[in-house]
Design a protein around this ligand. Structure first.
Ligand code: ZN
Length: 455
């Protein structure tokens, strides 16, 4: 008879209800981690018998699930939150508010850090972020411990003029934003132990000329990087592109060579049946932002896009960084568009985890709990009354969970948040610095805030 001695590992998180999203949940489960990867998952008794861990976290009373993959954000836009939602349109198209070209490198960084902390706090473990001054976004994501994909916003329409309704394409602006993006890629791709990766981010078919989109398509074809953009976000975009090009935004992306499996397109709301078919057959990845869209009275044809062949992933975009709210809203709006009960908790949980992983070309690496996958997972505090009773696990998480239920986050094998507190930075300092900068910027915009005197 041979006795197998327990193997050494770095971390065991044990005693949790494990919701994997596939098959049955585990009532008393554990995950073992070595380095950046999961080495085993199973019943606590079996994991404890097989592994001796350098650190053991007792997760009794907690729900353990894959970290959420949030595929489209602009963290510096935390500056406009609470101020633009009732004005009628996306910040880049809205006059008189502090954003984009208004923000210094330092200010961009301070708001990106606030946004990154919010995402981490509510269960996002992989965040996709793009904006002007992308190095500030990359620095903020790296500092929080998130897995981050970053792009620099490329466009040649002058957003300052655009906000006042003027559409001019300025070649110099295109070159400058392209250079900013390329500099960011050179400085940041593969940094933070490989957690930060970079992509090309042309802003949208209406804010980029055809020539600029072609340049980006050529770059992507050469370096194999993904391209992230906004697509069919508004009737104005569709009208503008159709007037300029004689074809819609999806057809324009197709014509310049961007409509393919390496494209992650946010929104995809105003697509007709032929366009849904076109983007589906191209197997693009859709970054679905259900909360932002429905707040503006719009619903994307998500189930039709998935049926047509697109990969669906979820994001919080510039809204509250709560992916649980986004999962639930995605489910609700899909049903409003006729999906019925075929779109259920398991469907939207899949979009927020495996769908995001596939969209980011990390299928099987993130968004799943299995040996060999990256150790990116979160614990929810099931002492919270909204998370009881637990029966099958996935139902309560999707239909009743909220971001603040997340208590602990492990990313790349590192415990980056524990009991609601970040382990790598000072959350109070992040919030105070962002508040101070916001007071300054809104005062400069002629809208001094209620906190201006207090900070
Ligand atoms: Zn966006």
């Amino acid at each position: 008879m041979t006795t197998t001695l327990p193997a050494a590992c770095d971390l065991v998180v044990a005693g949790a209800v494990i919701v994997t999203g596939e098959g049955k949940s585990i009532g008393d489960g554990a995950v073992a981690v070595t380095g950046t990867r999961i080495v085993a998952i199973g019943e606590t008794r079996a994991i404890d018998a097989a592994y001796t861990a350098a650190r053991r976290i007792d997760a009794k009373g907690k729900i353990l699930m894959p970290g959420l993959v949030n595929v489209h954000n602009h963290t510096p836009l935390t500056i406009v939150r609470g101020m633009v939602e009732d004005l009628g349109f996306a910040p880049a198209y809205t006059p008189g508010i502090p954003q984009g070209h208004w923000l210094s490198d330092e200010e961009t960084y301070l708001f990106a850090r606030l946004g990154a902390w919010e995402l981490l706090r509510m269960g996002t473990t992989t965040a996709v972020d793009y904006y002007r001054k992308p190095q500030a976004c990359a620095a903020a994501l790296a500092e929080t411990g998130l897995r981050g994909f970053v792009g620099g916003r490329i466009h040649d329409a002058d957003t300052a003029a655009l906000a006042d309704g003027a559409w001019t394409h300025d070649r110099k602006l295109g070159e400058a934003t392209l250079a900013e993006s390329q500099d960011m890629i050179a400085a940041w791709d593969g940094k933070a132990e490989g957690r930060i990766r970079c992509f090309h981010a042309p802003h949208a078919p209406d804010t980029c000329s055809r020539d600029l989109l072609r340049i980006v398509a050529d770059l992507a074809a050469k370096d194999g990087r993904q391209v992230h953009t906004h697509l069919a976000q508004s009737p104005m975009e569709v009208e503008r592109v159709t007037a300029r090009e004689g074809k819609g935004p999806a057809q324009l992306l197709d014509a310049v060579g961007l409509l393919n499996g390496d494209l992650v397109a946010a929104h995809c709301i105003f697509l007709n049946d032929a366009e849904i078919d076109l983007v589906g057959k191209a197997h693009i990845n859709v970054a679905h932002a259900p909360v932002g869209n429905v707040s503006a009275g719009m619903i994307a044809p998500i189930v039709a896009l998935e049926k047509a062949g697109a990969t669906i992933a979820i994001c919080t975009d510039t809204k509250t960084g709560d992916m649980f709210e986004s999962m639930r809203t995605a489910l609700a709006v899909a049903r409003v568009r006729g999906a019925g009960y075929a779109c259920d908790a398991r469907t939207v949980f899949g979009w927020a985890t495996k769908g995001g992983a596939k969209a980011m070309a990390m299928d099987g690496e993130i968004g799943v709990l299995k040996p060999g996958a990256k150790a990116d997972f979160i614990l929810l505090d099931a002492a919270a009354p909204n998370l009881r009773p637990i029966v099958d696990g996935i139902g309560i998480v999707v239909h009743s969970g909220v971001g603040p239920n997340v208590s602990t986050s492990v990313i790349d094998g590192t415990v980056v948040m524990e009991n609601g507190k970040p382990t790598l930075f000072d959350a109070d300092a992040v919030i105070a610095a962002a508040q101070k900068a916001a007071d300054r910027l809104w005062a400069r915009a002629g809208r001094p805030g209620v906190m201006t005197e207090a900070v």
